[in-house]
Ligand binder design. Structure first.
Ligand code: Q9C
Ligand code: ZN
Length: 347
């Protein structure tokens, strides 16, 4: 296993997120990834690499170019408005809803922040673009390494910020660039004919679903907390099956809060059967470990030992696999849980 880690991840270090009307310390912190790196020192399940430069042309095919331009310049624009802004992160406060226009790019900075975001929980900081772009490079390099001669069976983009909530032209849910989607597209570009993206994060992978919703070459599947009560609330229901050429190529398996490993693994078996039926020749796992029983913002009951079984079950597909790092906020256990999945997979 080859693990591409993001040496710039800690440059994305949000101070506060909006939560229930208050600004609270961010859940998505650099310490999360530090714990995974430390656990990999103890249990070296793979070889560590750093990525090359990000393929901006690929990023601009998966995401809208005007959105990528915004991310690349947002911090400098923010500080240019007022030098004192450097002490505060960017959070949106106004959004276009149904009936508003999204085809005219506002000149006003706050309006552009709102146009390109869907929550106030994802601060954009001085280092967000560097961290996200380098993370995207991890995902793209992880996908390409899988297609090389003498490729390993699996690779990982060990990075933050996470990616699965980010869509073609929006950020949110702590995500800015969709690493899993970039990996899937890189696999397609490199010759994989049918790619499956299986999202096991606690939260529905709305960004990934929306990016591939009308495509038949990439199947998206997500096992997550029922959006009727769980974030991201406005997507992730079971009746979303894909559209147009992509009809039948999206599968959502929403589960109620409180679901334990027996309920969760039944959904996993259903997803794996669907991937076999689809005939995928490569796999992307959007790996969130916020399904953990100790996660502070989620409500499933998966234990640390269960993650070994999850890795082993995914390996039964026998597919070349890219893992991307998504959520997981029980900081001290994130390393154990992520490395358990990888160890279960390679065992
Ligand atoms: N009131 C990921 O796991 N905020 N993102 C939760 C709910 C958003 C999670 C607050 C959670 C986003 C990648
Ligand atoms: Zn999550």
């Amino acid at each position: 296993m080859l693990i591409f880690h993001n040496p710039a991840h800690a440059r994305h270090d949000g101070r506060q997120e909006m939560f229930r009307g208050r600004l609270v310390p961010c859940h998505e912190t650099p310490a999360r990834l530090a714990h995974v790196m430390a656990e990999l020192q103890r249990r070296p399940v793979g070889e560590l690499r750093t990525p090359g430069d990000a393929d901006l042309a690929l990023i601009r095919r998966v995401h809208q170019p005007r959105y990528v331009d915004f991310l690349a310049t947002a911090w400098d624009e923010w500080v240019a408005l007022d030098p004192e802004n450097a002490a505060v992160d960017v959070l949106p406060s106004v959004w276009p809803v149904r009936g508003f226009r999204d085809d005219v790019l506002p000149l006003n900075f706050a309006a552009r922040v709102g146009l390109f975001s869907f929550d106030a929980g994802s601060p954009l900081t001085a280092g967000t673009w560097d961290a996200a772009r380098t993370g995207a490079a991890c995902a793209i390099d992880a996908a390409r390494a899988l297609l090389a001669a003498n490729a390993p069976r699996a690779t990982m983009a060990l990075t933050r910020p996470p990616g699965h909530h980010a869509g073609a032209d929006f950020y949110g849910g702590y995500c800015f660039l969709n690493n899993a989607a970039l990996a899937a597209q890189a696999l397609r570009d490199g010759g994989a004919r049918r790619v499956a993206v299986l999202d096991v994060d606690y939260h529905h992978g709305n960004g990934t679903q929306s990016l591939f919703y009308e495509r038949a070459d990439v199947m998206t599947l997500s096992i997550h907390g029922d959006p009727s009560t769980e974030y991201p609330f406005f997507l992730g229901h079971a009746d979303e099956r894909g559209a147009g050429a992509g009809a039948g190529c999206n599968l959502n398996l929403p589960l109620p809060a409180g679901t334990d490993f027996s309920g969760w693994s039944a959904a996993l078996e259903q997803a794996l059967a669907e991937i076999r039926r689809f005939g995928a020749d490569a796999l992307v796992i959007a790996l969130g470990v916020d399904t953990f029983e100790g996660d502070p913002i989620s409500r499933f009951r998966v234990s640390s030992a269960d993650y070994l079984r999850i890795g082993a079950a995914i390996a039964t597909l026998g597919l070349p696999t890219v893992f991307t790092m998504e959520g997981g906020y029980a900081v001290a256990e994130v390393g154990i849980n992520v490395v358990n999945v990888l160890e279960g997979f390679v065992a």
